[in-house]
Design a protein around this ligand. Sequence first.
Ligand code: SF4
Ligand code: SF4
Length: 350
Amino acid sequence: MNTISSLTLVLTDKCNFSCPYCPQRRGENILQIEEITAFLDFLKLRLAKEVWLGFYGGEPLLCWPLIEKTVAHADRNFKKKFRFSLTTNGSLLKKEHILFFKKHRFELVLSYDGPAQASRDTSSINAVEEALENLQHLYPEGYTVNSVFTPATVSLLSASIENLVALGHRHLQYSLDLSVPWQDPDLKVLEKELHRLANRCLELQNKTGKIPLENFEDAGQKGIFACFAGHDRLALLPDRTVWGCYLFYDLLGQHPEHPDFKKYCFGKLPAFIGAGNKNRALVANYSDLRQDYFFTVKEELCGLCDQLKSCRVCPAIAALATAQLGVIPDWTCRIKKINAKCKPLFAGVH
Ligand code: SF4
Ligand code: SF4
């Protein structure tokens, strides 16, 4: 079996937000600490020298005691093997949490959509902005702000990033909601926004030095992209199922009757632990998820595309729209081509 370098614990499917672009189904499930420790202990011999252990939800801060107990178990039994990360909407993030995260060197991702935040949860804006201020004072090196844009909010992209830069946040990234259709006018706005963003980044860089936008940084990617779900990573979901990546649960978790469910789900935790090395057969099912094997809905083979080596499409997110793994929506392909066209504009941005 392969070595595991990334584990995700989806602590709960409960959330205090209802973001329009979130693919997760809400529920009332919460993992138990005994399940988390059994999962980690079972995998102990397969873990790489350093492993990212990510806390995810729903909203993981709804399960604060579970985070403390998991970190205590990791400290006691895994001797600094784990680097922790946590993704949060920020609304429940208090100073005491931040100090705990700093002590344990967490990398935090705070999801905040700037001017588009009102379309997520208007009443939470003050709490999230207070959390951002606290992070900036208490743990400035330890967090990234991720902003998500949809066709309805993409016109706010450049202004939003510019505002976050002006506020002094050190690590920024943006994501696009690719699970919904992007029409021609939306794609035109996106391209215009990327031009505007590149110009503003270069202007600001001349004034302030480094620009903290990470989207167009060279990730050191070499060769053709492949999804590593199941190979170097696993996820434990709040309904106690185990998957190669939590996004496969978002895609298939509610459809146990779908033929792909059995192909990609390792089963409930006791079955996963009981299967031991027999899980290897299921890992093999994840092996075909390579960019050069993917098709667009127009039946263009990615393997023949000029952008093949620079293009990275998450097959699970693509399949949220096309309902078929390995098939990419037309708008995703067009967005990847726009990104490739605009990337040189950001060449001078560091
Ligand atoms: S490409 Fe997507 S499904 Fe595969 S590991 Fe990355 S995020 Fe998960
Ligand atoms: S740009 Fe489109 S066709 Fe080319 S590799 Fe990416 S998704 Fe495939």
